[in-house]
Design a protein around this ligand. Structure first.
Ligand code: ADP
Ligand code: MG
Length: 304
């Protein structure tokens, strides 16, 4: 008797890699046996939050997409999640339906002006359990303005402190640079997730990022851990994608998430609709993948 499902509930243009012929002991897309990640147990109480920075100084690797969709997947399993837009481009805020040019106060005001309470800046999103601290282009001035501040690397961490007990996870969407804003995110964080696009030169620059993380662990934030490296924009049909993932695993071993995010147009579509993939295309393999990532992160202890 076949143990394979006889029919897919919904046709998928791009199956979740590694699960298309899944069975006991099947190899996942990273070339390792794919473990089962259990359904997370419901939480009976909330907080204090674990803070995770989504970081890679390369643009277009899936930081913002992962922040929205991992956040939404965690929220779906009852975690209280705060997303922090820490990129002056404001793509995270826009991707959740915020008109960023109409905002009076953003993370920028919280960082550079006294007298703001983060609670006045946090906004609910249309997704239950998912809140947002928005940003807009104002934030681009912060880097220069903060340079002369006392304890300039710790300003974000201090600003987040009052609401940490209200959330289980805070995800910070970093800008594509290793400047002072990103250093602030890494100083505030317990963990860092590094999205890597499955493309030529994916690893270029990662050594510098790891060196930066090591310096911050040494000098500013000894608790900081790499929670995982996430392969994004994976195309199971190309040898190239598979080779990139293999080489990332050869290099980083168990730090690489078993979950891999496939390349699909559903992601840009969902951002246009200003919705997480988990509601925009709930049954699509791409939503399944972020749900699996949420379970894997929880199973690894990266979230409650
Ligand atoms: P970053 O924040 O690292 O700059 P984004 O998450 O904004 O990267 O992604 C860059 C672009 O690629 C966006 O247009 C996004 O919609 C798209 N994208 C992200 N992840 C995927 C994916 N897995 N498949 C296809 N397109 C993606
Ligand atoms: Mg981004």
């Amino acid at each position: 008797m076949s143990t394979y499902p006889t029919a897919e509930p919904h046709p998928r243009e791009d199956p979740l890699p590694g699960t298309e012929k899944a069975g006991v002991g099947a190899l996942g897309p990273t070339g390792r046996p794919l473990p089962e990640f259990p359904e997370p147990a419901p939480l009976t109480s909330h907080g204090p939050a674990r803070i995770i920075a989504m970081c890679n100084q390369k643009g277009g690797v899936g930081k913002t997409t992962t922040t929205i969709n991992l956040g939404a997947a965690l929220a779906e399993v009852g975690r209280k999640v705060l997303l922090v837009d820490f990129d002056p481009q404001g793509a995270l805020s826009v991707g959740l339906g915020i008109r960023t040019n109409e905002l009076d106060v953003t993370i920028y005001n919280l960082l550079v002006e006294r007298g703001h309470d983060i609670r006045d800046i946090v906004q609910p999103t249309r997704t239950e359990n998912l809140d947002l601290v928005p940003a807009n282009i104002d934030l681009s001035a912060a880097e220069v303005q903060l340079v002369g501040e006392v304890a300039r690397e710790q300003i974000l961490g201090r600003a987040l402190r009052p609401i940490l007990d209200d959330y289980d996870v805070v995800l910070i969407d970093c800008q594509p640079s290793l400047g002072l804003l990103t250093v602030n995110a890494l100083t505030a964080a317990h963990g860092v997730i590094i999205p890597l696009e499955c493309e030529f030169f994916a690893m270029r620059g990662v050594a510098l990022l790891v060196e930066t993380i090591d310096k911050i662990t040494d000098r500013l934030n000894p608790r900081l851990q790499v929670d995982g490296i996430l392969a994004t924009m994976y195309d199971s049909r190309t040898l190239h994608s598979r080779e990139v993932v293999r080489s990332v695993v050869d290099h980083f071993g168990d730090q690489v998430f078993h979950t891999v995010i496939s390349r699909t147009v559903k992601f840009p579509d969902a951002s246009l609709a200003a919705e997480p993939i988990t509601t925009y295309a709930s049954q699509h393999g791409a939503a399944t993948a972020y749900r699996q990532l949420a379970r894997e992160l929880i199973a690894r202890g990266g979230a409650a």
